[in-house]
Write a protein that binds this ligand. Structure first.
Ligand SMILES: [Cu+2]
Length: 172
């Protein structure tokens, strides 16, 4: 029986790379972090993630890190009258039990401040997110083209094994 379970576990681990680009710690699930390439000389970049709190207590995203940035801020875009305003979230972003918060252009985003080099397409970019209760979670960001407003596999449902988009998966 034990061997069977081990064999099954190994099989499951091999079979389903569609689970790959997500990160889990405690009750938190972080799905498909992505960013976009930046032009030469840019000092700021933006990152997007979807965070689900599967726990029974609220947690709070308080910040994070990005490989080539001085610091990471949480920003929110909001309409103020007819103007789009960007606001820095200074006291953390609460994620309630059962809640999913989707960061996207025009809403919440992570701002990578003080880039020391451009973000380039290629291997995923490394970073982390820090939560009050769950602590720090290492993640990596798929890098989309300069100016991209969404990421091709932001929605993992309906993905196929032979999807070329799967190339950025990390099975290690
Ligand atoms: Cu911003």
């Amino acid at each position: 029986m034990k061997q069977l379970i081990l064999a099954l576990t190994a099989l499951i681990a091999m079979c389903c790379p569609s689970f790959a680009h997500q990160f889990e710690k405690g009750a938190l699930l972080i799905v498909h972090p992505w960013t976009r390439a930046t032009p030469e000389g840019a000092t700021m970049g933006a990152g997007y993630v979807t965070i689900t709190n599967n726990g029974k207590e609220a947690d709070k995203l308080s910040g994070g890190a990005f490989e080539s940035a001085d610091r990471v801020e949480i920003h929110e875009m909001k309409m103020d009258g007819d103007k789009m305003m960007m606001r820095k979230v200074t006291d953390g972003l609460e994620i309630k039990p059962g809640e999913t918060v989707k960061f996207s252009p025009g809403a919440y985003h992570l701002m990578f401040v003080g880039l020391k080099k451009p973000i380039v397409q290629g291997p995923n970019a490394k970073g982390s997110l820090t939560f009050e209760k769950a602590g720090t979670i290492d993640i990596d960001y798929k890098v989309e083209a300069i100016g991209a407003m969404n990421s091709s596999d932001a929605d993992h449902s309906g993905m196929k094994m032979d999807d070329p988009e799967m190339k950025h998966d990390h099975m290690q």
